[in-house]
Design a protein around this ligand. Sequence first.
Ligand code: CAA
Length: 258
Amino acid sequence: MNALQFIETSIEDGIGYIFLNRPKQLNALNRQMVSEIVSSMEAFDRDSQVKVILLTGNGKAFSAGADIDEMVNDNPISMELTNQFADWDRMGLVKKPVIGAVKSFVFGGGFELALSCDFLIAASDTQFSFPEVTLGVMPGAGGTQRLTKLVGKTKALEWILTAERINAKTALQYGFINKIVAPELLMEETVDFARKIAKQPPLAVRMIKESVNKAVDYSLYEGMQYERKNFYILFASEDQKEGMKAFVEKRKPNFTGE
Ligand code: CAA
């Protein structure tokens, strides 16, 4: 991995940590930072030590969105030529589960980054918002698509057009976060959650993530075919043999990830 300027990473007990690290700018996401986040996710995805990726922010907030200072003079041609959102597409290809631990401001591109995670644990002080409309633009890193697929058109359109701040309770009610925790317990609770997934057989975990994600884009029939193929594939794994043998022998399985 190249030297990281805007994030910090570490690995401990099967969890690959990514900390957004521009706390003075409320972790506003500049292009280099997004590139570092995606490259680190991809490196963790290939690292057999890592079972689960945990993404959070240093300092008060998760992220106040894309870096407006960097964007203020952008033009359509430069954005097309640099293909600046391609990094965001790569994030969606990460196979291991990504858990976001969010707090305080989760705005704009920060909200889009959160919605790119597979699970969100939110501190009770979290506020989600898409303020782009107030800047004369709109979400550009998946916000209109991901939020709509998660909560339906009615609320997505209302929230994106009003830039309303959505609190953690409402987020839980609409099902786009998994859990609300006290701010001081955010990391502890998220790590506990990450550990539960980290101890599952890794091949089954990635096939399940892939299959559930297909349900969002595929028809029921196509999704069922995809699920079935993944189910069959898992019978080629050692972990399937170990998991079922352990059940029959009435003992705990010892999964190796193979
Ligand atoms: N870009 C650049 N800098 C930002 C930033 C952003 N998105 N958000 C906050 N900052 C900077 C502020 O400029 C400030 O820097 P200085 O100390 O150098 O002045 C510092 O972070 C702290 O921010 P505030 O003093 O404003 O903190 P606050 O607590 O008073 O307000 C806030 C917090 C309500 C989140 C406010 O900072 C804010 O409204 N930020 C902008 C939010 C926003 O519009 N995000 C969407 C960006 S567009 C986008 O994300 C497009 C996309 O889809 C990819």
